[in-house]
Design a protein around this ligand. Sequence first.
Ligand SMILES: C[S@@+](CC[C@H](N)C(=O)[O-])C[C@H]1O[C@@H](n2cnc3c(N)ncnc32)[C@H](O)[C@@H]1O
Length: 346
Amino acid sequence: MKKKIIPFDSFIDQALYAKKEGYYSRNNPFGKKGDFITAPAISFLFGEMIAIWLIFFWENLKKPKKINIIELGPGDGKLIKILLKTFAKFPDFNKCVNIFLYEKSENLIKIQKKELKNKNIKWLKNFNVLKRGPVIFLGNEFFDAVAIKQFVKKDKVILEKYVDIRKKNKPKILLKKTNLKTIKELKKFNLLKKNGIIEYPKLGLVEINNFIKKINKFGGGILLIDYGYINQINFSSIQSIKKHKKNRLFDNIGNADITSLVNFGMLNNYFKNKKLKVNEIVTQGFFLKKLGIISRAELLSKNMSFKEKTDLYYRLKRLLHPNYMGEIFKVIFAYKSKKKFTLGFK
Ligand SMILES: C[S@@+](CC[C@H](N)C(=O)[O-])C[C@H]1O[C@@H](n2cnc3c(N)ncnc32)[C@H](O)[C@@H]1O
C-alpha cells in the first residue's frame, strides 16, 4: 500500500516526477506557452559562452583525446543544441567530445529525442558507461529541480516536515520528531546554527556524490548554474510556478513547477570536503561578462537591423542585469585538474 504520510522531499519528488501524474511527466513546461523560461531559451549567447568555456577547460586539461560532457537535466534540449552548433566550429575539440544527457523524466527524454534527432548524443541513467577520458558535468537549473527536505528548528527542537496525503486534494503539512541520524547529518553540514526553516538537499547530494566519484576517477569537473544563495537563509525557499505566475504549493499539484533556491555555500563546502578545487562562487552576470558576452553581442549586432539589435540587447539584459537573472543566479565550478582553471570566475 502507498504510504500516506510522506517526507516533504518525497512529496515534491512525486509531484514533479511521478510516472503518470508528475508535472514533468505530462507537461512541456518550457517557453512562453509553458510555465517558465530558462537562460538557454532567452538567448543563444548563453549557450555560446558555455560552449567556449567548455573548450577552454578542455585545453586546461591538456586537450585529452576523449572528453565526456554530461548535461544534467537538459529540459527541452535547447542548451545542448547551441553547444553542438558552437562545437562544430572548433573541429579539434569536436572530434574529442562525447555528449551524454542525464534526464529523469521519460516525457522530457521523448521531447529531447525529437529536438535532437540525428545528433550524436547518448542518454544515460547511470555513469557506468563513462570509462575513459575526463568528465564534465554541466547543469543549468538542474539542482533547483531536485526535491529538498525541510525542517523547523526552534532552539533545541528540530522537527521534520512531512506531508499528509490521505485526502487526495487536500495535502497537509505535519511536523514529526527528527531522528538522531538526520540531526547528525544536518550538524555535519553546519545547517543548525539558527532557528527557522532548515532546507537540506538530501536527494541532490546523492546525485552530486555520484558525479564526484567519476570526477575523482577520471578528472574533470562540475559546473552548476542556478538561482540560490551563499549565506544560509532560514526561511522556506520553495516556489511553485504555473504559467509564469506564482502558484500556491498545494494548488495544481502535477500541473505546476516546484523549485527551491540552491544553497551554494553548502555545495562549496561539500565539494571542498571531497577534495575538489572550487572557484569562488560568482553571479551569472559576472560569469557571462568575463566570458566576453558583451563583445560577442557587439560583434554580432554590427550586421543586424535595429529591431534585431533591440531584441538581442533586451535578451542580454535579462541574462545580465541584477534585477533579472544577473545576480540571483550563481555559478559554481568544482574540479580536478593539475592546473587551476578560473576562467569566468576572476
Ligand atoms: C528546471 S529544468 C531545467 C532544464 C534545462 N537545463 C534548462 O536550463 O532549460 C530541470 C531539469 O532537470 C531534470 N531533473 C531533475 N532532477 C533530475 C534528476 N535527479 N536526474 C536527472 N534529471 C533531473 C528535469 O527533468 C528537467 O529536465
